[in-house]
Design a protein around this ligand. Structure first.
Ligand code: COA
Length: 555
């Protein structure tokens, strides 16, 4: 192995170790004291409930595990969300974490559940909510009360779209929270644990003077026998999970995006790693097309990414490690399209876990007019043949300068952004390295609603690089001082640049972006193939239908 590869591998492994540490914080939830108290009450933790709910040995793709990172709230935002396979059906699972502030929903919790709900809606996934929550986080209620109503709206809209919703109630589900079981198609409540009422005994006393108790107001038995809100009364948590699995088994679920039946392949699960230890295991690929493992060892992904993102790397090396190898049905690993034109963007066709994909991957960082036009054509081609697209980001943005402006770089970038925006085949984005400026937009950044977006620990994203941004500010400030006839404070300028550079650097890092829900998770590059396999399988719950209706392509 060359010195450069060793240096890159060490840097990446350091970042991955740090990522593991950040995930461990999320898994720890409210911390040892609250976890012990919860167990002492004979209750299971959120991740333990999920592990029992999903098919034995299947993978659980946890989403947004670092939500709230860098905020005043506990990392993970007091809820676990992700996609798991229950009785062979891919479901969106949400589970309140009662060890964090009683499972109360803060602004990040709400955003995280919104995102889970968006993924469920776009991909047509049944949802299973594991409920035990103190409702709204009262000190931040102003930020969540009004927008939070969407949570309940989404449950019933899913039902109306013939995508079933299930609530398993393990504990508190009061006030607004009562509408989670209230709106769901199927409701299971655990005896002597579930408490589902609009107002608890103190509130009822205040409102009407009536004396009451938890059981008569909202106990599982009462709801199963008297109010009818509970469809099933579970004896304990394990029983609730068993019933939940039986409900999903009877949904007679058919994946609309695949023609044949399906086969849930086994993968390892773990309660200690939020983004399930998927490496070395096959995805829950539900596609029937046979496939071969990649021809190049995915471990090699660790050696590829330069520590200085200004240095380019060849994305074909990435594709060789994430795409299916050659097989009877897959004659080539990667059929590159227009290889001689716009060489700074690699485009072509491949297959991942048996699913066909079109790939757009940055090669030299900068996007020129040729790359933008090539991308536009390629996106149209994928729509013509109803094939999902994968965007592999490592771009510093569109080229600037007189020659390029006069050559129409804005027009050509706009064509690419038009194509990305109006394309109707599913998109997945992976931020491998840089994702700066409008390059983030053209390559299908978060605002362009890819079905899934994952980030590698090596990624950075911002309006521009930290040094460039600080430099621009300095030039603007110097010009402003000049215009006012003042001397420019050179010493202050150096300090300002250093401070701004550091601030932008921090804001560009993956945890900061993930904390704000700008991705669906930061992943170990070696897990990319499996994560993509799961996502493509999930996407196949709905038919993939391309469009020929784009906006006006400025020429
Ligand atoms: N908002 C903010 N913090 C909350 C909260 C809420 N809705 N519910 C609980 N917490 C906090 C508690 O203050 C406590 O904080 P601390 O450990 O820093 O002191 C922590 O969460 C754990 O609460 P605790 O009451 O010790 O846990 P529990 O498991 O015994 O009971 C509840 C959990 C949810 C049943 C109970 O806390 C409760 O009834 N909360 C209020 C529920 C409510 O009326 N919500 C309004 C809905 S709109």
């Amino acid at each position: 192995m060359s010195d450069v590869s060793i240096e890159r591998r060490e840097a990446m492994l350091d970042k991955i170790a740090d990522l593991d540490a950040q995930h461990a914080v999320a898994v720890a939830g409210g911390g040892e004291r609250y976890v012990e108290r919860h167990h002492a009450r004979g209750k299971l933790l959120a991740r333990e409930r999920i592990e029992l709910l999903v098919d034995p040995g299947s993978a659980f793709l946890e989403l947004s595990p670092l939500a709230g990172w860098g905020s005043d709230f506990t990392v993970g935002a007091s809820v676990v969300t992700g996609i798991g396979v229950i009785e062979g059906v891919e479901c969106m699972i949400t589970a309140n974490d009662p060890t964090v502030k009683g499972g109360a929903s803060n602004p990040w919790t709400v955003r995280k559940i919104f995102r889970a709900s968006q993924i469920a809606e776009e991909n047509g996934l049944p949802t299973v909510a594991l409920v035990e929550s103190g409702g709204a986080d009262l000190p931040t209620q102003k930020e969540i009360f009004i927008p939070g109503g969407k949570l309940f709206r989404d449950i019933t809209r899913s039902s109306a779209a013939k995508v079933p919703t299930v609530a398993l109630v393990f504990g508190n589900s009061t006030a607004g929270g009562a509408y989670v079981p209230g709106m769901s198609d199927y409701t299971v409540m655990v005896r002597e644990q579930a408490k589902v009422f609009l107002g608890g005994p103190p509130l009822v006393k205040m409102a009407t003077g009536e004396e009451s108790d938890d059981e008569s107001l909202g106990g599982a038995e009462m709801h199963a026998r008297t109010s009818g809100l509970a469809d099933y009364l579970a004896e304990d948590e394990h029983d609730a999970i068993r019933i939940g699995r039986r409900i999903v088994a009877r949904l007679n679920w058919r994946k609309a995006g695949v023609s044949g039946g399906f086969e849930a392949r086994s993968a390892r699960t773990s309660t200690t790693d939020p983004l399930v230890e998927v490496r070395g295991a096959s995805a829950t690929s539900l596609e029937t097309r046979p496939y071969a493992e990649p021809e190049a060892d995915p471990e090699g992904l660790l050696d590829l990414i330069p520590t200085d993102l200004k240095e380019p790397f060849d994305p074909r090396e990435v594709i060789a490690r994430i795409a299916d190898g050659r097989s009877e049905t897959n004659g080539a690993v990667f059929d590159e399209f227009k290889p001689l034109y716009g060489a700074s963007l690699v485009t072509g066709w491949a297959q991942i876990h048996g699913h066909p994909v079109g790939i757009l991957a940055n090669a030299q960082g900068v996007l020129f007019s040729e790359e933008a036009q090539k991308a536009t054509q390629f996106i149209q081609l994928a729509n013509q043949v109803d094939t999902p697209l994968l965007f592999l980001h490592n771009t510093t943005g569109y080229m600037v300068g007189k020659e390029y402006e006069q050559g129409g770089i804005i027009k050509h970038g706009a064509q690419m952004i038009n194509a990305v925006s109006n394309s109707t085949v599913p998109h997945i984005s992976v931020l491998m390295g840089a994702s700066y400026g409008a390059g983030n937009y053209g390559m299908n950044g978060r605002a362009f609603d890819p079905r899934f977006l994952f980030t590698w620990p090596s990624a950075k994203s911002a309006v521009m690089g930290p040094a460039q941004l600080a430099g621009v500010l300095s030039i603007v400030a110097r010009a402003a001082a000049g215009a006012k006839g003042r001397d420019y404070d050179e010493e202050g300028d150096a300090g300002m640049r250093a401070m701004v550079e550091q601030m932008i650097e921090e804001q560009s890092l993956p945890y900061a972006l993930s904390g704000m829900l700008y991705d669906d998770g930061v992943i170990d590059p070696r897990d990319t193939r499996t994560v993509l396999g799961i996502c493509l399988s999930v996407i196949a719950n709905r038919p993939v239908v391309g469009t020929d209706r784009f906006g006006v392509f400025r020429t």
